[in-house]
Design a protein around this ligand. Sequence first.
Ligand SMILES: NC(=O)c1ccc[n+]([C@@H]2O[C@H](COP(=O)([O-])OP(=O)(O)OC[C@H]3O[C@@H](n4cnc5c(N)ncnc54)[C@H](O)[C@@H]3O)[C@@H](O)[C@H]2O)c1
Length: 303
Amino acid sequence: MKILICDKTEKEYIEQIRAAGLTVDVRDDITAEELPNVLPAYDGMVVRSRTKVRQPLIDVCPNLKVIVRGGVGLDTIDHEYARSKGIEVINTPLASSASVAELAIGYMFALARSLYKVTSSMKAERWDKKLFEGDEISGKMLGIIGYGNIGKETAKRALALGMKVIAYDPYVSSLNGVKLVTFDELLAQSDYISLHVPKTKETANMIGSEQFARMKNSVRIINCSRGGIINEDALYEALTSGKVAGAALDVFSEEPPTNWKLLKLDNVIGSPHIGASTKEAQARVGAEVAAKLIEFAKSMQTA
Ligand SMILES: NC(=O)c1ccc[n+]([C@@H]2O[C@H](COP(=O)([O-])OP(=O)(O)OC[C@H]3O[C@@H](n4cnc5c(N)ncnc54)[C@H](O)[C@@H]3O)[C@@H](O)[C@H]2O)c1
């Protein structure tokens, strides 16, 4: 099988794939314009979040048998269409859960103690001791929207820190000690809301002005899932009116954003989609990509 690696993948795992007898070419800077000319010669491709695989690309690659996405979200791939064409679409659902959960928890501490503002004040050589009274996260109610792999990892850590945890997820029934509530109950009861849903038609803009109105005053919001799940204009309004005390955003409706107004607010902290960017998660992603690709190639030989 001939595989095209389209995004950054650690060398060690590329070598594992080669050692299993697959032919691998690395074009980890390939552009969207080049792909339709290059990809038709391959049986499989490995992508991260940079390379998008849309229907027109799939249509010009009749030989493509497998798309391996290193990471969780399949919103960068027209996966249902690919599967309808007989292409296997594989992701690495567990590899980055702990890293994303740790970022969400880190953001809760940063919001509770205004660590970003404290740090800039110190860098400006000020000793604003009286300005920065924060609050403890222990004893506060965390509402988790989407109780999948990352939601669960976040809940586990929050419970260990003494938080109370509730979750909203219409597709799960067992929550291992965490109370399952309705969407409205979650909005009304949470001091912190952390989003961990996939981006779908149903979840796009699931938090807008109507939902902000139903939240507690001074709620804090963390989004390490996907941009566009929170309506950014409504969030801007809620942050400037004081309804929302603070927001931490790892993801944006446009990445990188062309409009940075949210990030300019004093009560917003952000990062450039780095939830899975840890050495540990990257190694797990690489190992899982190699293992799954090799397993797929073997299944093709025996089929
Ligand atoms: N920031 C990052 O770098 C980063 C890294 C990895 C994953 N993510 C994102 O984090 C999100 C969660 O990932 P995961 O691995 O936990 O996925 P997962 O599939 O394990 O969990 C998602 C959960 O959301 C639930 N869900 C679906 N629609 C819902 C809805 N309308 N309302 C409430 N719940 C709903 C599902 O039932 C599922 O339990 C995804 O959007 C993923 O793309 C971000």
